[in-house]
Design a protein around this ligand. Structure first.
Ligand code: CUA
Length: 335
């Protein structure tokens, strides 16, 4: 899609460059001084003026609508994509798969599946770029950005940092390895390491950070209920509502007093400076897992038929989530 748009742009550019150069030469010869010693003023020509306004307007509108379509397609990760977390840092890229595998400056993905990256950075602005996949995204401190792609050919592809980020910016890159599903499964199982993000998040939540002392338990709990909230609207003190997405959960951990849920006191301490970006990702993965109907993702080892289509992103995802909001949460059985 990107290439087609780009070739169209090049074709339009070549066409007008040639047209204008040839016209300059043609008029220079035709109206040379030897044949037209005296200039004749022209008062205006409505048809001509409408044409040279209308045609460029039409062409730029085609480019605008076409470009917007490509942009929206690139900006909306399809449901059912394999989810991978990525953290940028001066000067490396760290990846974590939902099965627990971690990699640095290397990213292994299976061919033909949609892959969604959730990206943030520990320090300064970076930009995650995959030129051969025709996609890139800014990676911003304190925020999550998303990028998705569907690799179509097995192989080894460059990944770059595409935003100047300090001394070793030019060395901040690596490789994406696109593998056949079978090879990928082998790679996954041969590379077992520690906890999955959900397990790591659960461990932080239950033990290390002590979130569980307020956020689980009966009706007397001091902290808001987290089961089933992901991707749903949350009512805040002051009457506003906010969607409980990654950004909201992150903000609630780092700036708990900023968005207090209706019916609760602003008593939660901040965890700013106490949790790393990877731990935040893990906590979010865990809280997501408490809302199984809304997470919209599959584990990278399960081969879901939906994941093999490059169908456009589901515009009705909110409706789907709402319809599933009564589904029993598996969190009840887990604890
Ligand atoms: Cu990171 Cu340039």
């Amino acid at each position: 899609m990107v290439d087609n748009l780009y070739f169209f742009l090049i074709a339009v550019t070549i066409f007008f460059s040639l047209l204008i150069s040839l016209m300059i030469v043609y008029f220079a010869v035709k109206y040379r001084r030897a044949r037209h010693p005296k200039a004749v003023p022209i008062e205006g020509n409505l048809t001509l003026e409408l044409l040279w306004s209308g045609i460029p307007l039409g062409i730029s509108m085609v480019l605008f609508v076409w470009g917007a379509m490509v942009f929206f397609h690139a900006q909306r990760p399809p449901r059912g994509a394999i989810e991978i977390y990525a953290v940028g840092k001066q000067w490396m890229w760290k990846f974590q798969h939902m099965d627990g595998q971690r990699e640095i400056n290397e990213l292994h993905v299976p061919v033909g599946r949609n892959v969604k990256l959730t990206l943030t950075t520990e320090d300064v602005l970076h930009n995650f770029g995959l030129p051969e996949f025709r996609t890139k995204i800014d990676v911003v401190p304190g925020r999550y950005t998303y990028l998705w792609f569907q690799p179509t050919k097995p192989g080894k592809y460059h990944l770059f940092c595409q935003e100047y980020c300090g001394l070793n910016h030019s060395g901040m890159g690596g490789w994406v390895y696109v593998m056949e599903q079978r090879d990928f499964d082998n790679w996954l199982s041969g590379n077992v390491s520690g906890q999955t993000p959900v397990e790591m998040g659960q461990d932080l939540f239950m033990n290390k950070l002590g979130c569980a002392s307020c956020h689980t338990g009966g009706p007397q709990q001091r902290g808001a209920k987290l089961e089933g909230i992901f991707n749903h609207d949350v009512k805040l003190v002051g009457g506003t509502t906010v969607k409980a997405d990654e950004q909201y959960i992150r903000n609630s951990i780092l700036n708990p007093a900023q968005q207090v849920v209706e019916g609760y006191q602003p008593i939660m301490p901040t965890f700013k400076g106490q949790v790393t970006e990877e731990q935040l990702n893990a906590l979010i993965a865990y809280i997501k897992s408490l809302s199984p109907a809304s997470a919209g993702s599959t584990s990278s080892t399960t081969s879901s038929p939906a994941a093999n289509t490059s169908a456009p992103p589901a515009a009705n995802s909110t409706t789907a989530n709402r319809a599933n909001s009564n589904a029993p949460s598996n969190a009840n059985t887990r604890h």
